[in-house]
Design a protein around this ligand. Structure first.
Ligand code: FEO
Ligand code: CA
Ligand code: CA
Ligand code: CA
Length: 665
């Protein structure tokens, strides 16, 4: 969920969201000129007249980088950008709906009946707003595995009848029933499903994917699932509540956006906009730690669960909000296991947890804090991953160092450690231990002088090249005075992508180099300042990069959130983005969503023959074109009278077999 597409009942309020980072960290606007002149010299007679020209033309970049590759890495016939009621994929590919909101996850789940929803049914059925998708192979197979899926949030106006999307929150709070709240809570969280691709009689034709009924792995995680708290904040006094005086256990995970899988086969699922679930703005100033809650935008009062659950009411249980905003590790191979909130990775509005095993064996997790002017983080484990003995990685994420990024104007950067008693992170600044540091990670990062970014979303490392890609989705609140080298456009409505090169190819190194790979938006409008490779077609450009995937061949795929008739004249979708050689910065449209949907969860099977994508909130409307359960702007994917649009996972395969996005492989 982005700040552009919150539940409709809060759209008006959120339109004024300008982020909650008031720190005075430098934006580097004062030193941008020095960088530009240095780059001019390095790159020859490039006329640089504006900050938005900090990225040189792609051909020039290629010339400078020493890349000689001329072969495009993607091969498929691009589809046309546009918007309609359904999805589209490149020709020669098949799309199958694997699972939709309301479909069976647990064997005893009832069939979905939109007119007769219950919390008991929803707790057994596939949840709402599928976001991250991870594939965990079983038996080393690309035809059989577990799919782990986040259910980020709920759209009341599309899930049930009679919700006026423009109703004020007071009206909705007043009207919502305990049953409706319970359904919403069960629709959150995540699902584990076992899936298999049945081989057909003809060995050349692989069968379609299907969910394995009665799987022993099938599992629903909800806003009530009991979880363990581990790491530096476990047992911390700020984590203690009336229901849990130990500070070691919490019910549920909220707003799980993107995530990752680990090499040892666990699922990292990341809590993002947790502020929306807490109520009690009027009481905030009476609460201890009010300033730190404000730094996290808590409470935002988007959902109404506090009406029946005191733990979401800040005036009654303020510490509950400290127990959300974490990365949760779940072992899908053990359905009885308790999910664990890994607090060493810090508390903020996590997007994802893109990761790589460093060459010394330590595990490195890259993390974005998705809000305007927030930061890019990295976590490095203390111990190396044990690739032979899974059990040895059980608590590897509890020990290590959390860092935040400073992007300097000369194209280098530094990872600044968030370590208690180091630098400013001492009692004088209110930090008494590492638990305080991770609970208030944003405040610690402010003090360290991290660079305020244009909404960091997914970050993925490319294991083939060692480069790291950072999606920065947009930030229309950045002023001209606040632009800097890494966030070079004021009123950045379309976002950009940064490529990080760790020094010495070492993902634990303290320093790195960086480049803007592309500034997004319509390259045909000079005032937008987009920098796609000129080879990009009129369908190939996009705005608002959000999730991304690097496939087994080292190719970058970008999923977007926020393209629409109003913003870019096109639906969200999947774009294939070239990163090497003369093609660098060229993108091509591979798949597009039905109207109102955002694109999430790009995920490949290891053999690259299946591409799973998550269509989130299909049919979501806006102020100009409201859309409801009763009168939706699309009924994707069922297109049946009375059936609302349903978030769903789509399996994309190549007709006749073969790798996605390759001609003859
Ligand atoms: Fe849930 Fe940053 O999108
Ligand atoms: Ca998203
Ligand atoms: Ca987003
Ligand atoms: Ca996202």
């Amino acid at each position: 969920m982005s700040n552009n597409e919150l539940p409709n009942s809060v759209l008006a309020e959120n339109a004024e969201d300008i982020g909650s980072n008031p720190s005075g960290n430098p934006t580097m606007g004062d030193i941008i000129a020095s960088r530009l002149s240095r780059r001019d010299v390095m790159r020859g007679a490039l006329a640089v007249t504006a900050v938005s020209a900090a990225v040189s033309p792609a051909a020039l970049l290629a010339a400078c980088s020493g890349e000689t590759t001329t072969t495009p890495s993607f091969s498929f016939a691009e589809i046309s950008a546009g918007i309609d009621e359904t999805h589209h994929v490149a020709s020669g590919y098949d799309t199958d709906i694997l699972i939709r909101w309301g479909d069976k996850v647990l064997a005893d789940a009832p069939a979905f009946d939109p007119a007769k929803q219950t919390s008991d049914a929803q707790a057994r059925q596939f949840g709402y707003n599928n976001d991250f998708i991870g594939f965990i192979p079983l038996d080393g197979s690309s035809d059989h595995g577990l799919l782990v899926v986040n259910h980020e949030y709920t759209n009341a106006e599309l899930m049930r009848a009679g919700v006026d999307p423009k109703a004020g929150k007071a009206v909705a709070f007043d009207k919502i029933t305990a049953d409706e709240i319970a359904i919403e809570m069960m629709a959150h969280g995540g699902s584990v499903i076992e899936i298999r691709r049945e081989k057909a009689g003809d060995v050349k034709t692989r069968g379609k994917w299907a969910v394995v009924a009665d799987s022993k792995y099938a599992r629903r995680i909800t806003a009530e699932t009991e979880m363990r708290i581990s790491g530096p904040a476990a047992g911390h006094e700020r984590m203690m509540t009336k229901a849990d005086p130990t500070g070691l256990a919490v019910h549920g995970m909220l707003n799980n956006c993107a995530g990752a899988t680990t090499p040892w086969g666990t699922w990292l699922t990341c809590e993002e906009n947790i502020n929306g679930y807490f109520w009690g703005k009027g009481a905030l100033n009476k609460v201890a730690d009010a300033a730190s809650f404000k730094r996290y935008g808590i409470p935002a009062e988007w959902y109404y669960w506090a009406k029946v659950h005191d733990r979401f009411d800040m005036s009654k249980e303020p510490n509950e909000a400290n127990r959300f905003g974490w990365v949760v590790e779940i072992d899908p191979l053990d359905p009885a296991s308790r999910p664990v909130k890994r607090t060493a990775l810090g508390r903020f509005k996590h997007e994802g947890a893109g990761n790589i095993v460093n060459r010394d064996g330590r595990f490195v997790v890259y993390q974005g804090d998705d809000e305007r002017f927030e930061y890019v983080y990295r976590f490095v484990t203390r111990r190396p991953v044990d690739m032979d003995n899974r059990a040895n990685n059980k608590d590897i994420l509890d020990e290590g160092t959390l860092y935040v990024a400073r992007f300097d104007a000369d194209g280098t950067g530094v990872w600044l450690p968030l370590e208690y008693a180091q630098g400013p992170l001492t009692a004088a600044s209110g930090f008494r231990n590492q638990g305080d540091v991770v609970i208030h990670a944003r405040i610690a990062a402010d003090l360290l002088g991290a660079t305020k970014m244009d909404r960091p979303e997914d970050i993925e490392a490319n294991p083939k090249t060692g480069k790291v890609y950072v999606m920065l989705t947009n930030n229309s609140k950045r002023s001209t005075a606040a632009v800097d080298a890494a966030n070079p456009r004021a009123d950045n409505r379309f976002g950009h992508i940064i490529e990080i090169t760790p020094d010495g190819g070492d993902h634990t190194a303290r320093t790195f180099a960086w480049e803007v790979l592309v500034q997004c938006g319509d390259p045909g409008l000079a005032e937008v300042g987009a920098t796609f490779n000129p080879r990009t077609t009129s369908s190939g450009w996009f705005g608002m990069p959000d999730n991304c995937a690097v496939d087994a061949m080292g190719r970058l795929w970008v999923a977007t959130d926020g393209n629409s008739a109003a913003t870019t004249g096109r639906a969200d979708g999947i774009w294939a983005m070239e990163t090497k050689g003369e093609e660098r910065g060229t993108s091509k449209l591979f798949f597009r969503c039905p109207v109102g949907a955002e694109m999430c969860g790009p995920c490949f099977t290891p053999d690259l023959e299946t591409f799973f994508v998550a269509v989130q909130h299909p049919g979501e409307g806006d102020d100009k074109e409201p859309s409801t359960f009763d009168k939706p702007i699309t009924r994707w994917p069922d297109f049946k009278p009375g059936m609302p649009p349903r978030p769903a996972i789509v399996a994309i395969t190549k007709r006749g077999g073969g790798k996605i996005g390759r001609a003859h492989v």
